[in-house]
Design a binder for this molecule. Structure first.
Ligand code: EPU
Length: 441
């Protein structure tokens, strides 16, 4: 049953939250287990919807997934992998985009894959053309079938020289998961190099893969015939950490984020400091806090790693509504990631979105009809309102805006937030937020 949050704003969030394994790594490491010929163990696994979806999909394909009741560690045994029915796959895929990454491992394990039409956050068109092109370059045959696509490789997957038109995270992972057991060498130019990708490479290396990452975005994979299992602790979720950091700033609070890692968040930390946020960086986490003075406006462009990550933009924009002056944010990764600003405007924020590129990062969306630059003038007092959560990061931004606002907000559609934020209502309660949860009528 879906729930409604009634939030009474104005309370600074203070205390401690623990962030566990990254949503953008854990499901993919689970998929990688399918490439092995023995069980794998994945540690630091968060309780989020995407993990449930991948668990069901793997189980449908004959993979045993056991969860340790105390630690939550997963043991994934792929030794009895088998074909699954298309209707069952479709029913279990939920609204996740992870199923597309099952292609390579399923072809290696059982010779074919069926991928249902995909979901995921509605933050742009989110096509899968790079994925399908990559699979074809490995020799796969891709056929459209009712409700999804069928992929097979009658001759097996063969290594290839591939160049991505854009450093897509998912397409890079597609190449890694397909190439490690393909015959021969694969060279991928224009790869994404996000920390989650490097962690996936670490998982695959533990399994026996031979992968090198060069400094010019080229990844080279020497295919091996068999892979074993892995035992791996997932890297921490830097997107969740950045979200709590922004929550501290927006609500004038003070939050210690246990598990936040400096190394993977350097670009965010530089920006946070420029806005005027306080931080104490420790070995096991980072304390983020409002320093009491004014916040500074800034000019920001999202980009692939090591740039400012697109998933950090939305919560930070809420903080920029409280900065003294005009800020500009140019979104260059997704063409349609400012829909969430509508609710902020209704709450009193002063934000205009523009079609023009207001920045200098080469962007695919300029001179087209995409509202992908935002101008934010602050500071503005936010007031509570009714909000229906549009997507994961936009939804979290709405929550923190409501927590900072005067008055009461009624937030529906909060289940989307469970896709990427583990036990977020418990965490909010622990930080002193004033809210109730009730069932939606
Ligand atoms: N793109 C294409 N064709 C493709 C694939 C991607 O045109 O076949 C485009 C996308 O439409 C987008 C750009 O390339 O404009 C980048 O997409 P990318 O493939 O890098 O994104 P993704 O793999 O689908 C992951 C994360 C996103 C995160 C992006 C960028 C997961 C499950 N999702 O998505 O996370 O924003 O990389 O870093 O890993 C989130 O956590 O809220 C989230 C959306």
């Amino acid at each position: 049953m879906s729930s409604v949050l009634t939030i009474r704003g104005g309370v600074p969030l203070t205390g401690r939250v623990t962030v566990r394994g990254a949503k953008n790594l854990v499901p993919k490491a689970m998929v990688a287990a399918l490439l092995g010929n023995e069980p794998s163990v994945l540690r630091n696994v968060p309780e989020i919807k995407d993990v449930e979806v991948v668990t069901s999909l793997l189980q449908l394909h004959g993979v045993t997934v056991e969860k340790d009741p105390v630690t939550g560690d997963l043991t994934l045994d792929p030794t009895n992998a088998k074909t699954a029915s298309h209707t069952a796959i479709d029913a279990h895929a939920g609204d996740s985009r992870i199923p597309i990454l099952l292609c390579g491992p399923l072809i290696h394990a059982i010779g074919e894959a069926f991928i249902p039409d995909l979901g995921g956050c509605k933050i742009g068109d989110r096509p899968i053309d790079f994925h399908l092109d990559v699979l074809r370059q490995f020799g796969a045959v891709v056929e459209k079938r009712p409700g999804g696509i069928h992929i097979s490789a009658p001759q097996g997957l063969k290594g290839s020289k591939i160049s991505l038109p854009y450093p897509s995270v998912g397409a890079t992972e597609q190449v890694l998961l397909s190439a490690t057991r393909a015959e021969g060498i694969t060279e991928l130019a224009g790869a994404a190099t996000e920390p989650e990708i490097v962690d996936l490479i670490a998982v695959l290396q533990k399994m026996g893969a031979i992968i090198s990452v060069q400094t010019d975005r080229t990844i080279r994979i020497e295919g091996v015939q068999d892979l074993g299992g892995y035992n791996h602790r997932a890297l921490s979720d830097r997107n969740e950490s950045a979200s709590w950091a922004s929550a501290a700033l927006v609500t004038r609070g003070d939050i210690f984020v246990q598990g936040a890692t400096q190394r993977d968040m350097m670009t965010f930390l530089n920006t946070y400091r420029k806005v005027g946020g306080g931080m104490d960086i420790g070995d096991d986490g980072i304390r983020f806090y409002h320093r009491g003075g004014k916040l500074n406006p800034l000019v920001l462009e999202t980009d692939v790693h090591p740039g400012f990550m697109t998933d950090w933009q939305q919560p930070l924009i809420v903080a920029l509504t409280q900065a003294e002056g005009v800020s500009i944010v140019h979104e260059t990764v997704y063409e349609n990631r400012f829909g969430f600003t509508d609710a902020l405007i209704r709450m009193g924020a002063n934000i205009q979105v523009h079609r023009e590129c207001l920045g200098s990062v080469p962007c695919r969306f300029g001179q087209r009809n995409f509202l992908h630059s935002a101008v934010i003038s602050g500071p503005t007092q936010l007031t509570g309102t009714n909000i229906d959560v549009p997507d994961l990061r936009g939804g979290f931004s709405h929550l923190i805006a409501a927590l900072a606002a005067t008055g009461t907000s009624r937030v529906t559609g909060i289940d989307i937030i469970n896709r990427g934020y583990e036990r977020f209502t418990e965490k909010l309660a622990g930080l002193g937020a004033d809210f109730d949860i009730s069932a939606a009528e």
